[in-house]
Write a protein that binds this ligand. Structure first.
Ligand code: NAD
Length: 313
């Protein structure tokens, strides 16, 4: 089930993965290395050198630096743009840095891809929808992002489309919902890894608010599958939701994690996070039809695997 074992037919390509030392990017690198020349551009601000698989070349540099991007992308024909300031909270504290890292750097990547005539698959986010009016969320639904992070990802998403429409660049923005799996960084308030850490430490597992808020959790190996489909699809220049199309409450998530870890931790409720989104669930029919994407890992299965691996990061 690990992303390393994801089957695909991408071979003989020169691939750049920005943010490839991070959670999602390193799984993507692991799936592609061996059959392809894989390069990783990462400043290691959130990722780790040891996550870059053997055989991939690490370019230690900043995606905000056009020179670094140009050097890492030289001769590449396929780019996965994963690097980002991923913390919504940090984007609220420092919106300019978020804009530079999440919006301007995406433009830098797209500009360089134009030079190389490389396909670019970009990590967009469910954050662009803000507080959805209804769920499941379809790609064409209203977008009112509630954080600088969401605004910057929406601009990345628009630029990806516009670069296709204006310049014929092959782009595919993928709107990830809540991704989880091995190597996720608990510092970025990723609820699955926070609950795992709390359960393993004996608790309490702290649910914010009443716990009835819902999320669509998608396993990282399925996110890798979606990226690999996006790398070869004919349906370019348009966005796709990447999720499972099912949601659970955060309370249910906490209970399942306590169960699969065999922890005797109590689940307690703490103050609701201001601005927290109430319900999030994707309609994935466009990705199913347009990319041939199908989620393969159930939440329970993915959480059990994480518990067995005993690896939150
Ligand atoms: P991550 O923090 O594990 O990975 C991001 C990587 O980008 C890290 O290795 C970090 O060192 C690198 N990076 C950050 N700033 C950089 C810079 N200026 N220059 C070069 N490298 C830089 O996070 P992740 O969860 O793997 O996220 C990957 C992508 O998916 C991001 O674009 C994120 O916004 C998006 N996304 C993630 C989720 C999720 O649930 N994890 C949901 C929606 C979207």
């Amino acid at each position: 089930m690990l992303a390393t074992n994801v089957e695909h037919e991408i071979a003989g390509r020169t691939v750049l993965i920005t943010g490839g030392a991070g959670f999602i990017g390193s799984h993507l690198a692991a799936a592609l290395v061996g059959d392809n020349e894989v390069r990783v551009l990462d400043d290691l601000s959130g990722g780790a050198r040891e996550f870059v698989p053997d055989g991939a070349e690490l370019y230690e540099g900043d995606v905000r630096d056009p020179q670094a991007v140009a050097e890492a992308m030289r001769g590449a024909d396929l780019v996965f743009h994963e690097a980002a300031l991923v913390s919504v909270e940090e984007s609220v504290t420092d919106p300019e840095r978020s804009h530079q890292t999440n919006a301007t750097a995406a433009l830098t990547v797209l500009e360089q891809a134009r030079e190389e005539d490389a396909r670019v698959v970009l990590a967009s986010s469910a954050a662009i929808y803000g507080h959805p009016e209804s769920v499941p969320v379809e790609e064409g639904d209203p977008k009112t992002p509630s954080s600088p992070y969401g605004i910057d990802k929406l601009s990345l998403d628009h630029y990806a489309r516009a670069y296709h429409d204006l310049y014929g660049l092959e782009t595919v923005p993928l709107r990830y919902f809540n991704v989880y799996g091995p190597r996720q960084n608990p510092e970025y308030s990723a609820v699955v890894s926070v609950f795992f850490r709390q359960a393993r430490d004996g608790g309490p597992v702290t649910v914010q608010g009443d716990g009835e808020q819902t999320r669509d959790f998608v396993h990282v190996s399925d996110v890798v599958r979606a990226n690999l489909r996006a790398a070869t699809t004919d349906n370019i220049g348009e966005p796709f939701n990447v999720a499972t199309g099912r949601s659970v409450t955060v309370r249910e998530l906490a209970e399942t994690i306590v169960d699969v870890t065999g922890s005797d931790a109590d689940i307690t409720h703490v103050e609701e996070r201001p601005g927290d989104i109430r319900h999030s669930e994707a309609d994935i029919s466009k990705a199913q039809e347009g990319l041939g994407y199908e989620p393969t890992v159930s939440l329970e299965e993915g959480l059990r695997e994480l518990a067995e691996m005993d690896e939150s990061r």
